[in-house]
Write a protein that binds this ligand. Structure first.
Ligand SMILES: [Zn+2]
Length: 245
């Protein structure tokens, strides 16, 4: 099982492909999922594709239309995204950001992490900045030879796993109510592809009651994952100083 999104959910490789592969450039997808499989469950996808028009207009984010998380038209005519933000499993606790060392072998799969302060952002080796790529004529990543599949770390006899239940981080790209709390108390955000709105603060219990009353699943609550928090704050134009204490 592989870590999925920014909570504690884990999914199979097939489920990860079903969730993220369709919009990827096919060569990026080929390299990426081969690498993820070779890592044997250490790495998973925190965030992948972003809709055109959804790129946060904030420092720390590429300008709208210039992110490899968004669809780009390659020289071949292929349209797809070609960057993923990774997470690593963290036992039963929430997934965390990978360390640089976790991806130092990525080059063998034609991938690299290289953005200052973002050890989680991975893309094709031959692609760095968007402008450089555009000026070079939007080249597709080449089809490269990949290392042999590694022996899985776990026995190949599948053990029955329970049907995945929806979790708080089920879909980090669509409407969700997110929050961060110092124990029991919550900042509430409405998060959509257009940005995040800070809705105020209330206790987690009050929020759950309100969501249940509104017919929403209280498990769409996202809590204190540092990457998620950073992202939601940036979307809302807030800093940690704006959060409830
Ligand atoms: Zn990224």
């Amino acid at each position: 099982m592989y870590p999925d999104s920014y909570g504690t959910n884990r999914i199979t490789l097939d489920q990860m492909k079903a969730k993220h592969a369709a919009k990827m450039h096919p060569e990026f997808a080929r390299r990426f999922f081969a690498y993820i499989e070779a890592k044997g469950g250490l790495l998973g996808v925190g965030g992948g594709w972003r809709a055109t028009g959804s790129q946060p207009d904030k420092s720390g984010f590429a300008p709208e239309g210039q992110s490899f998380h968004q669809d780009q038209t390659f020289a071949s005519g292929t349209v797809g995204y070609s960057a993923v933000d990774l997470v690593t499993g963290n036992g039963s606790a929430k997934h965390k950001a990978p360390a640089w060392a976790d991806t130092e072998d990525a080059g063998r799969w034609g991938l690299h992490t290289f953005i200052n302060g973002e050890p989680w952002h991975i893309q094709c080796n031959e692609m760095r900045g968007w402008s450089t790529w555009r000026n070079a004529g939007r080249p597709d990543p080449h089809t490269i030879a990949l290392p042999d599949r590694l022996t899985p770390a776990t026995p190949s006899t599948p053990t029955p796993t329970p049907t995945p239940t929806p979790t708080e981080e089920d879909d980090n790209m669509l409407n969700a109510t997110s929050l961060w709390r110092p124990k029991g108390y919550s900042n509430v955000f409405a998060v959509t592809p257009d940005g995040a709105r800070h809705l105020g603060a209330e206790t987690t219990e009050d929020l759950k009651r309100r969501l249940i009353a509104a017919g929403q699943n209280p498990k769409v609550i996202v809590s204190d994952h540092p990457q998620e928090l950073k992202s939601v704050l940036a979307l809302a134009g807030l800093t940690t100083a704006d959060l409830v204490k």
